[in-house]
Design a protein around this ligand. Sequence first.
Ligand SMILES: [Zn+2]
Ligand SMILES: [Zn+2]
Length: 148
Amino acid sequence: MAIDKVKLAEKISSAGKTVTPQRITIFRALELVGEPITAYELRDLTNSRSDESFNISTIYRVLDFWVELGLIHKIESANKFVVCKDEYRDHIHVLQHCTSCQKIEEHREISRLLKMPLSSTFKAHKNQVIEIQGQCGNCQDLITNLKP
Ligand SMILES: [Zn+2]
Ligand SMILES: [Zn+2]
């Protein structure tokens, strides 16, 4: 999915942050992959495609920047990162994580529901990620077909 640059820029300026070429380069590299990868994989990928050479602490710092903005999600259980597939609004992001093929799907409908207050007095922090582990349709089919 192509990134909506307008929304991205709005989001960043409203948070008082600036987008440096470095941040863009690293974001684009992850966006291109389209699936969750580790910071080390992202570093190798970025360095193989750009003239610059990023070290791992730079990669982590830049990832932190995007994670804080909610444009990149960290999958805690796998220690991997993926670009947000929703609309980058401030809500809770629900990720369905297939533990067989490692595919991540962002579940927009549940995410929307969670935009409502959890209780009248509780205000959730922005851009949190809820990870639901399971098996995607493809992997379930594979397993069913393997059975005699
Ligand atoms: Zn998201
Ligand atoms: Zn799967």
